[in-house]
Design a protein around this ligand. Structure first.
Ligand SMILES: [Zn+2]
Ligand SMILES: [Zn+2]
Length: 303
């Protein structure tokens, strides 16, 4: 604690003296500021839990939210289930917290989610299953989330997971007290009003106010998960749009990494790239802190 204060004072005095180098700014960010990563898995495409811990510390993450797979499919990324996430959180209770998950369309859905929510799960995630966005299955997930007063994070991918994305407005309207967090390709591609399905990682200029942006604007219970290549692409494809988008939706966007590399840095690590992109494009420190910490702390009710 004390050494952190000294470090901070040194940096503040340096900052007052002259422009501080980028490397030192990054150090300041990593040593003094909490960062919540709302989207990781373990194991994940062959990466072990120990390797994940190294990855998160390298990125400067102070709290990581673990998202389990359900009993089948491993989220199509060899991701571990509820028990594997709980085990990691028990080893590192200050650094890792967990959500609950299960397939939404099996008889055991309610029982399994209830079990892990009672154990302290902070949300239901990630829902990545081939069901309609407004199906009875998603209604069930929303009802359980409402009972436990926790958010739900969904992977929207055209013709693959949580189908007919535009119909998700029906869920948003029916469950105004439940916070929903949109994630993945089709969520992010649809910030563009000119999005042409099935493009998953569209490039080039964004025409503002696609479906996702309107969901963020029109529904207080809709949030966006900035994780993965899709979240990174949404910002880097058109940085002028991104600056404005981050400003407009500054209270609705949450940083996440969702990368499966072992390093926490470099070109395969979308998480560290998204961190630096957000620090560069956020515009001011107050907005940056909301994106990297404040919004997630509020939505998931953590410090
Ligand atoms: Zn996903
Ligand atoms: Zn990474």
């Amino acid at each position: 604690m004390e050494s952190q204060i000294v470090t901070r004072r040194k940096l503040v005095s340096l900052a007052g003296a002259a422009a501080i180098p980028q490397a030192l700014q990054n150090l300041a960010a990593q040593t003094n500021e909490p960062v919540i990563d709302i989207h990781q898995h373990t194991p994940y495409s062959g990466r072990t839990a120990d390797e994940l811990v190294v990855h998160q510390r390298k990125m400067g993450i102070t709290k990581t939210i673990m998202l389990p797979a359900g009993r089948k499919y491993g989220l199509a990324a060899q991701a571990g289930g509820n028990d594997e996430c709980v085990a990691l959180c028990r080893r590192y209770p200050n650094e890792f917290v967990f959500c609950a998950n299960e397939l939404p369309n099996i008889p055991e859905t309610r029982e399994v989610l209830t079990k892990y929510l009672k154990m302290g799960a902070l949300g239901i995630a990630e829902q990545k299953y081939p069901v309609e966005s407004d199906s009875p299955h998603i209604h069930l997930i929303a009802q359980i989330a409402q009972e436990f007063n926790v958010p739900v994070l969904l992977h929207f991918q055209y013709n693959t997971y949580n189908l007919h994305f535009d119909r998700f407005s029906r869920i948003l309207e029916k469950y105004p007290k439940v916070n929903f967090i949109g994630h993945a390709q089709t969520w992010w591609a649809n910030i563009d009003k000119d999005q042409k399905e099935p493009a998953l990682y569209p490039k080039g200029k964004v025409t503002p106010w696609g479906i996702s942006s309107r969901f963020l604007r029109d529904y207080p219970n809709m949030y966006g998960d900035l994780s993965a290549g899709s979240g990174l692409n949404a910002l880097t494809r058109d940085e002028d749009h991104a600056r404005e988008f981050l400003k407009i939706h500054q209270d609705k966007l949450l940083y996440g990494s969702d990368c499966s590399d072992k390093f926490g840095t470099g070109e395969k690590c979308s998480g560290s790239q998204q961190l630096s992109t957000l620090r560069r494009l956020a515009g001011d420190k107050k907005i940056e802190r909301k994106l990297l910490h404040g919004n997630a702390a509020r939505v998931f009710k953590i410090a």
